[in-house]
Ligand binder design. Structure first.
Ligand SMILES: [Cu+2]
Length: 253
């Protein structure tokens, strides 16, 4: 069913498990729709007005309804406790750590995605809301030593594939939702909270292509154009990107 549903390419390690859940929920709904559709048709034929001019309130055994409802409830509970919750738990516990992990901050705002890379020192510099200007959308304090090499991009998000990416997600203003469809990542960005979300990209974005970052939460009048682009790159290309940005930063300062 996954192919018929035309889901985007599975580009992360957990994407297939998410798709399996989406497909199994659709099978469940299809089964319920079919059972109740057939039941509806049987009722239309069996209890038609010509054969039953006067309504009789006997004849339907509540036991049958109970069997149906119980069976559906059991399948739904199975779906919840044995498919959905374990998958969710695997995403929100045991966050990756260590030198292998690429940590990137994403700060949502009406109506853009600010991407913050820690630079060569691997440390995010201090940010302060009072320092925010059109040229400094993150409010980076360049006087803070760890901030000196920090890099930021707007509506362009790059990361290396083949190893874990940990996004620290927050918002400046209202609730947004950070969605990378190919990575099967979707997480609300909430002002005042730094929410971690992680994934292991397994596919690189084809040359010349960029995939879309969507805001999946209605966040204001221009929500429709809160659209960024991202690329899953080879580690060498990602290093090149960081080197280029670092060179541009040095040239500008
Ligand atoms: Cu938004």
């Amino acid at each position: 069913m996954g192919k018929w549903m035309r889901l985007p390419i599975e580009a992360s390690a957990h994407a297939h498990a998410v798709d399996e859940m989406i497909v199994s929920v659709h099978w469940l709904i299809a089964g319920i729709a079919l059972i109740f559709g057939v039941f509806f048709l049987i009722c239309l034929i069996r209890f038609n007005r010509r054969a039953n001019p006067a309504a009789r309130y006997r004849g339907v055994a509540p036991r049958i309804a109970w069997i149906f409802v119980s069976a559906i409830t059991i399948v739904e509970l199975w779906e919840l406790f044995f498919v959905a919750i374990p998958l969710w738990a695997s995403r929100v516990s045991n966050f990756p750590s260590g030198p292998e992990v690429t940590v990137i901050r994403v700060v949502a705002e009406q109506f853009a995605w600010n991407i913050h890379y820690p630079g060569a020192d691997g440390k995010f510099g201090r940010t302060d809301a009072s320092l925010i200007t059109p040229d400094n959308p993150l409010g980076l304090d360049r006087l803070d030593p760890p901030a000196k090499d920090d890099i930021f991009t707007i509506n362009e998000f790059y990361f290396p594939s083949g190893k874990p990416v940990l996004v620290q997600l927050t918002s400046k203003d209202v609730i947004h939702s950070f969605s990378l469809p190919q990575m099967r990542v979707k997480q609300d960005a909430i002002p005042g909270m730094m929410i971690p979300v992680w994934f292991v990209p397994t596919v690189t974005t084809p040359d010349g292509e960029r995939w879309e970052i969507n805001c999946s939460q209605l966040c204001g009048l221009a929500h429709y154009r809160m659209r960024g682009l991202y690329r899953s790159m080879t580690p060498a290309d990602f290093k090149q990107f960081l080197d280029d940005e670092t060179a541009a930063l040095k040239a500008g300062s």
